[in-house]
Write a protein that binds this ligand. Structure first.
Ligand code: TRP
Ligand code: SF4
Length: 404
């Protein structure tokens, strides 16, 4: 893991509320597969998050947790490159959530767009709960406890990362102030050596007096490169560079996940609630049957009617799975009634079955070796807990919760 740790730390979670499907694979999972080679990664099963909306069916969550881990592994998430864990196995998230809740203005939570949106969308559920209002803050705790630098999220979650940044800033402002901060920061700077200390002071001035962001970046890089500073001194120097308090909780950046092009069987977004999914472990027979019965251009009633791919959800699947040659064949065949819809679907069926075959196979291996899967999660939890404990210790100390 040390090989990519300079790149930063990535944290992301997924809610266990059912089987993973091709939409998850082409959206989130393929992105994770890439990230695990580029960053130090923490991926977790967000079971507490699932409870904020599914508190009435906890069995669904219980059934989905291990399936989700198996699906990740089957898709190629490598426990040697990424730490995998279950949120509720790291109870430190809950303590940080509680402590952060003390300083979180209600308005900040009420203003998060997903709060009203999800309540509207999931009307059949009563989401006027304390837990649901607080769930973006729980997400902030998930992120801040690891001092994650990058958080891969979809468009709908960018506001949560933004909230996280505001919470971190507020926390640092409230608790990063020390009576003798300036003096401590200056002493810390000297520990970098005369030359670096002078450079640091200069960069700080350029940023604070002239708003020179390049100087800020250079200053940060200078601090990143220092091996001999204590954690406390680092935080002071990062904080002093920008303002007048220690940086205890680091502000993360959102890493926007490109939206998946994978449509559902009806041409809408693939989603469990639309019942238009193909699961990652779908039986090949069922894949075939689902695709064969999938709707096509409604104008193509008879085999002899010409069609228009633009009006057909199967065409969207060709965008994901077919090369130029096949697509040209579809265009020509559809608009001249040269091919039938079942002919047209065959290359897609073959591609989906082919894509999922190795995943299904690997899932079977992991499913029959529960001990191995549990060990992977236990190890991920251990690493996660050890980092979480350290952060929490600092947070408690900063808030004065050290009564000995
Ligand atoms: N809220 C996210 C979702 O609904 C899941 C999640 C929980 C998450 N905590 C996170 C994602 C932290 C990124 C980082 O999909
Ligand atoms: Fe759709 Fe293909 Fe049928 Fe045309 S031939 S309507 S693109 S399934």
């Amino acid at each position: 893991m040390s090989s990519h740790s300079n790149q930063g730390r990535v944290l992301s979670g997924m809610r266990p509320t059912g089987r993973l499907h091709l939409g998850h694979y082409h959206g989130v999972l393929k992105n994770w597969l890439k990230l695990q080679h580029e960053y130090e990664c923490f991926f977790f099963v967000a079971d507490w998050h699932a409870l904020t909306t599914h508190y009435e069916d906890p069995h669904l969550i219980a059934e989905s947790v291990w399936d989700m881990v198996v699906d990740w592994l089957a898709a190629g998430i490598n426990p040697g490159s990424a730490n995998l864990f279950i949120q509720s196995h790291v109870p430190e998230h809950a303590e940080l959530h509680l402590l952060l809740s003390m300083v979180t203005p209600l308005g900040w939570l009420e203003r998060v767009p997903s709060y009203k949106d999800q309540q509207e969308k999931l009307r059949e559920k009563d989401l006027a709960t304390y837990g649901f209002l607080g769930y973006p803050l729980l997400q902030s705790a998930d992120i801040l406890i690891y001092k994650a630098t990058q958080v891969p999220v979809g468009e709908d979650q960018v506001a949560h990362v933004e909230l996280t940044r505001e919470i971190a800033r507020r926390f640092n402002h409230l608790y990063g102030r020390e009576p003798d901060f300036e003096e401590k920061a200056r002493t810390a700077a000297k520990k970098m050596g005369k030359k670096n200390a002078r450079l640091y002071t200069d960069l700080r001035k350029r940023y604070q007096e002239q708003g020179d962001h390049e100087a800020l970046d250079i200053g940060r890089a200078l601090l990143e490169g220092q091996q001999n500073l204590t954690l406390g001194d680092r935080e002071r120097l990062f904080g002093y560079l920008e303002g007048s308090s220690r940086i205890i909780l680091a502000e993360p950046d959102a890493l926007l996940t490109p939206a998946s092009k994978m449509p559902g069987l009806d041409g809408q977004k693939m989603s469990k609630s639309y019942e238009n999914t193909i699961s990652l472990r779908e039986d090949p027979e069922v894949i075939q049957q689902k695709l064969r019965t999938m709707p096509t251009d409604p104008a193509r009633v008879r085999r002899t009617d010409a069609g228009n791919p633009e009006k057909c959800p199967v065409w969207q699947l060709h965008q994901v799975y077919s090369d130029d040659e096949v697509r040209a064949w579809v265009q020509e065949g559809c608009t001249t009634a040269g091919i039938g819809c079942l002919d047209c679907k065959q290359p897609v069926i073959d591609a989906v079955v082919g894509e999922l075959a190795p995943i299904r196979e690997r899932a079977q291996v992991f499913e029959s070796d529960t001990a191995r899967v549990r060990k992977i999660i236990d190890e991920g939890c251990e690493t996660a807990r050890s980092i979480s404990r350290d952060t929490l210790e600092e947070v408690r100390q900063a808030m004065g919760l050290q009564y000995g």
